[in-house]
Design a protein around this ligand. Structure first.
Ligand code: DI6
Ligand code: FE
Length: 398
């Protein structure tokens, strides 16, 4: 049987639910799609144009970082120092720092500068086998600057062999020109920014920050409704610092994911389970903010809510460019199992992006996005801190 490429003599972790690791495995690709992934003994007799001997290495689906703020200008190292001296994230935000500080730097940067500053962060993730990344706007907080961020994010996907999906996060923080008028800003988000961004096709989804220092559930609901009216899927930063019922609100709008969730309660878990909303846990932000409230992992498990993990790469609360380290943090801090961590950055991360038919497992028909690892067993991907065990990355069969 003809095909473009086979990878043979590999151990496979297909990440198909319930599947066992495969000891002598083979992956075959044709036209960038997986046509076979399984035991070599079960494979049809392929006549590939190119064959790679993996010498017993492990193959997993390429990783997926499904929640990042990768595009932004400047950094907040000085705030980090202030926090070490005792200032809180909320105090810094009220003092004009925080998200608004990054907004000023991002507004001042050109699209080219945003791309250039994001590339090293993207390259760090590529070097860990990431094949799909979600990138949010939300540091422009005015139409032109939000468009610039989203265009920069899309350009990254042209400059590197990676699938970029973009999310409009206009309702991230209140820009100074709307000081004291959060409702007025939400009007602008819903009536001006969102339609213009949708018209240019620059966003795959819409997000918001439902929090005391962000926007109220009533304000967020307007954004979610406006997104739905334009046919865009939604997701939400919810229950990060307090419980405002954001996850249940998002679930009512059929959200792809609700993200952070440290303060999520049983009612929120039930609403997510009913809606099929993925729980996106972000251990980098938990760690960096020295949060002490743990997300309700046991409740999520018993309700059958799929759990995903991401870096939340952002300059304020998670300056993290390692998805492997995020897995270690999820295991260490949240007590996720190795299997949960691996599913969190593959199968469930794909679902959190609505890409469950495209990537996230070694399933025939999906894009042939592979990570080939120099490891003895998959648990090493979660166990090591700071290791770079990637041997090779394959994206769309190449
Ligand atoms: N939650 C977060 O952790 C990031 N955004 C959000 O809504 C923080 C963004 C920042 O501080 O720059
Ligand atoms: Fe975030």
């Amino acid at each position: 049987m003809h095909c473009d490429t086979v990878w043979r003599n590999a151990r496979l972790l297909t990440m198909i639910s319930g599947a066992e690791p495969i000891a002598d495995g083979l992956v075959a690709a044709q036209g960038g799609r997986i046509v076979f992934a399984g035991a070599a003994a079960d494979a049809p007799p392929f006549e590939p144009v190119e064959a790679t001997d993996c010498q017993g290495r492990w193959i997993t689906p390429a990783l997926i970082d499904a929640h990042t703020h990768l595009v932004h200008a400047g950094n907040r190292a000085r705030e980090f120092e202030l926090r070490l001296e005792g200032a809180s994230y909320a105090e810094i935000a009220r003092g004009g720092g925080g998200i608004v500080a990054t907004m000023r730097a991002t507004r001042a940067a050109s699209e080219d500068e945003l791309v250039a500053s994001a590339l090293p962060r993207l390259d760090a993730l590529l070097a860990e086998g990431v094949g799909t990344i979600e990138i949010k706007s939300g540091y422009g907080l005015e139409l032109e600057a939000e468009l610039k961020m989203l265009r920069a994010a899309r350009r990254l996907g042209e400059l590197r062999p990676i699938r970029v999906v973009t999310t409009f996060l206009g309702a991230h923080a209140l820009p100074p020109e709307f000081s004291g008028d959060a409702d007025g800003y939400i009007d602008a988000v819903c009536e001006r920014m969102l339609p213009a961004i949708a018209a240019e096709g620059l966003a795959n989804a819409v997000d918001g920050f439902c929090e005391g220092i962000g926007f109220s559930p009533a304000q967020i609901e307007r954004v979610l409704a406006a997104a739905k009216a334009l046919g865009l899927p939604v997701k939400l930063h919810a229950e990060q610092l307090s419980n405002l019922g954001g996850a249940a609100l998002a679930a009512r709008y059929g959200a792809l994911s609700a993200d952070h969730l440290e303060h999520l309660d049983a009612a929120g878990v039930a609403a997510m389970a009913k809606a099929g909303t993925v729980a996106m846990l972000l251990p980098g932000a938990y760690y960096f903010c020295r949060e002490t409230q743990l997300p309700p992992v046991d409740l999520l498990r018993s309700a059958g809510v799929p759990i995903a993990l991401a870096t939340d790469c952002n300059p304020g609360t998670s300056p993290l460019t390692s998805l492997l380290l995020a897995m270690n943090m999820a295991a260490t801090c949240f007590r996720l199992t190795v299997a949960e961590c691996l599913a969190g950055v593959t199968l469930n991360a794909a679902r959190a992006l609505g890409l469950q038919d495209e990537c996230g497992s070694l399933t025939p028909g999906k894009s042939c996005d592979l990570a080939i690892w120099d490891i003895e067993e998959p648990a090493e991907l979660v166990y090591r801190m700071g290791a770079r065990p990637l041997y090779a990355r394959v994206w769309r069969g190449k």
